[in-house]
Ligand binder design. Structure first.
Ligand SMILES: Cc1cc2nc3c(=O)[nH]c(=O)nc-3n(C[C@H](O)[C@H](O)[C@H](O)COP(=O)(O)OP(=O)(O)OC[C@H]3O[C@@H](n4cnc5c(N)ncnc54)[C@H](O)[C@@H]3O)c2cc1C
Length: 596
């Protein structure tokens, strides 16, 4: 160094673990820090924009308003490809041959085909935006009618599953003259602020609103809430928000007064659904294997499409990249402890900071995001430190936007330039898996490189990665079912959690086991007995599986679901060779430095 200066190198981290601690705090205990953070966050609150209350649609038809709001939702940038079929009501998938061919629940049903009144078709489920929602409150709509809102986004697989069922129920009730029970749909992709202000934390949700004088309707809603919500759900959701599962609606309808609707108007639909939903939710195996029909009889994994064979690392990375954009644009949204939607809660900051660090450390260098992520991480660390001083700190939504703009710009630039390949996923949960598998695999790949070749920071230590992923999914995972299931299993220590805390190799395998457990359990739950969603299919990795008489403990939840019934993944037992699986996963989610 010139001018006789001295360079001091401070070692801040070793082997993916910070050597400094963010603390101890001089600013008080955790709850005092959180309170002060929320209080200081009040400076972030913006005056809400004046609202135009318009009661005229409620006097006539809601058709024009609903169509306009639906079109607005479908202009959302993520409403593309298959997702465009799910962005508004009436659903756009009716008449789309491809999807109907693969899953029969998306085919038009009899009552729709014979309906000639466009008003019924367009307003069986009404698209609702913030102005409409608040106008409904102010115009006294909930005094006269019970409304059930479906809170959703168009890329969420469970919201997509609920869509045809809810629509058929709503249209049938309209056709049978039911007018005081109505259905609305709020697409949180475009109605961010409304969803945050109402504290609807995930999707799909079913939300009841009724302010009328009929005691029996109030009793029915209270009964519904009490029966459906266990202690955990009570903690996670506001009182009148319930998980968006179709059978849950039956519990409400059963209790509603006969004067509102007769049992005959809805009960055949639930009976038929219980019968048909199994078949309707099961993939058509022939349609999954247009190129390799023999794969229908594959020992392992006949439930994965032939196109799996064409998925390159680049395509999986493309999904991880899309997920990153989605996380920073859609998932990480502020909700202060006091309900302030213009400022983050302290607990949110404490989750975002390590998450950004994990990304900075474990993303492949080809993503070109390390520098902007490190910069963002530094700013977050400063906020955390400041929050622990006696002055305290806060994080406004606008500040977060400014801090993440360079990252989002960079994602757009790199995405267009280096990732112009077709996505391999149709849903954000699939993309989330791609991101998680890739982060774990890349961490392991870099661990195995000679240290001297490393120009990038060490990948996160395995326990840090596990805890960071847990914290992030707990706080920000929008898929309500997935989050609940993930937390339950993580907390129970399933799938080898504890060994994963001590080994990067095991983190890769942990996520792979977890993913298999989910895929097979969901298939079993839908009663798709002939479909096997263990992955990788034996056609893709013949060495990964060996036929065996032993049960694979990872599938124990699926076993509980079928309760002695049939399920191909359980009947054709196979035990994985985890060494081979690990090699396969590394080749599916990473590339060597030479190939980059
Ligand atoms: C943490 C988490 C928990 C979830 N919990 C639930 C739940 O409780 N209930 C529910 O219904 N849905 C849950 N999901 C969603 C579910 O796993 C699927 O993402 C969703 O059903 C969409 O499925 P898909 O057909 O697009 O394929 P996905 O299962 O999303 O798979 C995407 C791609 O990943 C690859 N892949 C498949 N299996 C593996 C594996 N084992 N290891 C590595 N790569 C693999 C394949 O190439 C596949 O095409 C969860 C998702 C996540 C991220």
């Amino acid at each position: 160094m010139g001018h006789g200066g001295v360079t001091i190198t401070v070692e801040l981290e070793r082997e993916g673990r910070a050597l400094y601690e963010l603390g101890p705090s001089e600013g008080g205990n955790p709850s005092q820090l959180a309170d002060r953070f929320a209080k200081l966050g009040q400076r972030c609150s913006k005056a809400s924009k004046p609202r135009q209350t318009d009661c005229s649609p409620f006097a006539g038809s809601l058709q024009a308003a609903s169509n306009r709001i639906g079109e607005k939702a479908c202009q959302h940038p993520e409403a593309k490809e298959a997702r465009a079929l799910f962005c508004r009501y009436p659903p756009r998938f009716y008449g789309h041959k491809g999807i109907c061919n693969q899953y029969s629940q998306f085919c038009p049903f009899e009552g729709l085909l014979t309906e000639t009144n466009p008003l019924f078709i367009d307003t069986a489920v009404v698209n609702i935006d913030a102005d409409m929602f608040y106008s409904m409150e102010e115009c006294g709509v909930f005094q006269k009618e019970l409304w059930i809102f479906k809170v959703f986004v168009h890329w969420c697989p469970h919201c997509q599953q609920l869509m045809p069922r809810l629509y058929q129920l709503a249209l049938t009730l309209r056709q049978r003259g039911v007018n005081t029970l109505r259905f609305g749909a709020v697409n949180c992709a475009t109605e961010h602020e409304l969803c945050a202000k109402q504290n609807w934390p995930g999707h799909p949700l079913l939300v009841a609103r009724y302010l009328g004088s009929d005691r029996a309707v109030h009793d029915a809603i209270e009964h519904w809430v009490d029966v459906v919500k266990d202690a955990q759900l009570r903690q996670m959701l506001p009182r009148y928000a319930l998980p968006g599962e179709f059978p849950v609606l039956k519990i409400l309808l059963e209790q509603l007064p006969k004067s509102m609707l007769s049992k005959a108007s809805w009960s055949p639909l639930f009976e038929a659904d219980a019968e048909q939903s199994k078949a309707a939710n099961c993939a058509n195996l022939t349609a999954l294997h247009p190129e390799f029909p023999e794969a229908v009889d594959e020992q392992v994994g006949n439930g994965w499409h032939d196109v799996e064979r064409n998925f390159t690392v680049k395509r999986r990375w493309m999904d991880a990249m899309l997920m990153l954009r989605h996380i920073f644009q859609e998932w990480i949204a502020p909700v202060g402890d006091d309900g302030n939607v213009d400022a983050f809660a302290h607990s949110q900051l404490l989750v975002i900071e390590p998450w950004v660090e994990l990304l900075a450390r474990n993303l492949p260098t080809t993503f070109g995001l390390a520098e902007v992520l490190q910069e963002l991480h530094r700013s977050l660390v400063q906020r955390v430190r400041a929050s622990q001083t006696s002055e305290g700190s806060s994080l406004c939504a606008d500040e977060w936007k400014a801090l993440t703009t360079p990252l989002l710009d960079r994602i757009a630039e790199v995405g267009q330039r280096d990732f112009a390949v077709a996505s391999a996923c149709a849903s954000d949960t699939c993309r989330m898996w791609s991101l998680l598998h890739m982060l774990a695999s890349e961490g392991l790949r870099r661990e195995q490189l000679p240290r001297k070749n490393l120009t990038t920071p060490a990948p996160s230590a395995p326990d840090v990665m596990m805890q960071t992923v847990h914290g992030f999914l707990e706080q920000f995972f929008k898929c309500h079912y997935c989050r609940r299931h993930f937390l339950k299993n993580y907390e129970a220590g399933s799938f080898g959690r504890d060994v994963a805390l001590g080994s990067r190799e095991q983190v890769v395998l942990y996520l792979w086991r977890f993913h298999n457990a989910v895929s097979v359990r969901v298939t079993a739950w839908h009663g798709c007995n002939t479909t096997d969603r263990r992955w990788p299919p034996s056609a893709l990795c013949p060495r990964c599986w060996k036929p065996t008489a032993d049960e694979w403990p990872v599938l124990s939840e699926a076993k509980d679901v079928v309760q002695g019934g049939a399920a191909r993944a359980l009947d054709l037992a196979a035990s994985p060779d985890e060494e081979e699986v690990l090699k396969f996963l590394q080749s599916a989610f990473t590339v060597s430095d030479q190939e980059m």
